[in-house]
Design a protein around this ligand. Sequence first.
Ligand code: LLP
Length: 421
Amino acid sequence: MQSNHSLPVDPDRLLAIAQKWGTPTYVYLEKMIRERCRSLNKIFPDLPVSWLFAVKANDNPHILKIIADEGFGFDTVSYEEVLLCLRIGTDPKDIFYTENNMTDAEMHGAALQRVVLNIGSLGRLEAFCEAYPGNECSIRIKPDISDGHHAKVDTGNQDSKFGIRLDLISDAVELARRHGVRIRGIHAHIGSGIQEPENLLAEIEVLLKSSTNLEDLEFINFGGGMPIPYKPGEKPFDLDLFGELASKRLRAFLKSAGKPVKFFFEPGRWVVGPAGILLTQVNTVKDQGRKTFIGTDTGFNHLLRPALYDAYHGVVNISAGTGEAEHTYHIAGNICESGDMLGLDRSLPESSPGDYLAILDAGAYGMTMASQYNRRALPAEVLVTDDGHHKTIRGRKSPEETVDELLRETGLLHANTDETP
Ligand code: LLP
């Protein structure tokens, strides 16, 4: 047994992908993504709840199309994400743009595209009201509720940079009223990888209460943050229980509101996290005295979470048969920094150069946070389709193409001659 990790897909299938496509490669499971979307779609059967996928978790357009096909809209946080969703055919009314230190140009772009603009500061609200009197928007508030798997992704706490302070909501309302701007919606997001589900319920409470200030209220957006288990033994988020508790509260709110109000949630990680695997090949096994290192052909340039948040991702040696002796390894990347570790003190079967490893739960915030640090190419991305086929959904650049790309972008290689001046 390898550290109690269960693969969401047959290891032979992963091996076949690694051998055919090479490594590093992100693999996504369409069936699982669809099933997870459907599980969410089921938890509020009798309420006007819609789901938005947080594009920042995974922005491969093929993945976005699958999720859109399951009836989801999109939560975007940059003008580029907005454009991406529009380009894959999403109706602007199903695209929420939650701004954060947005520029004027981005604001004008969002207004032109007619997406739902969710504004998180009084200064930006004022700029919007002055530029677009008589228009409409939504506001993001800071609920002063702290959660998230790491301090770096805790967005709702008192000292967070996000959202309008609770005591300034009335100023926002007054500002909008003066310019004839309708505040149609209210939003908050307390953090990613929520540790205490009660905090989500507490946030719902704050939003419901704050929404009573808004006479043009049409929707309330409760954000994302639903966690997934990464470590063996971690409990999955109890979706049904959450659905039950939240439903009770939302039903009561609708009764007292006396007008139709829609609700949104915008999960990212929960939808795609477990449905993505990063495949890498071992090229080095090295005894450093106190620790034995497995060296791989990927690193924090491709999966930043362990280095940035000390995040845990399960690692399985898919080349090694079962029942072999377990060894304890540090799993290292090929980036020239000592913090480039993908897993520490992991129990794996004896591993050798040439073996393939599967890094689990990498479907969210894997590829979207990848970089070309050390000038390495990005991983390829492969989809295991609903009908069991494999499809490239993003190709890999060769080392030569990767270098040429930099030279071209910096004006040192001319596209038609491929010669450096
Ligand atoms: N809505 C808003 C406004 C957000 O800022 C986020 C995530 C989400 C929804 C989706 O959160 P989720 O359901 O995925 O937890 N890179 C970090 C996560 C950063 C999340 C930032 N905001 C990680 O790898 O853990």
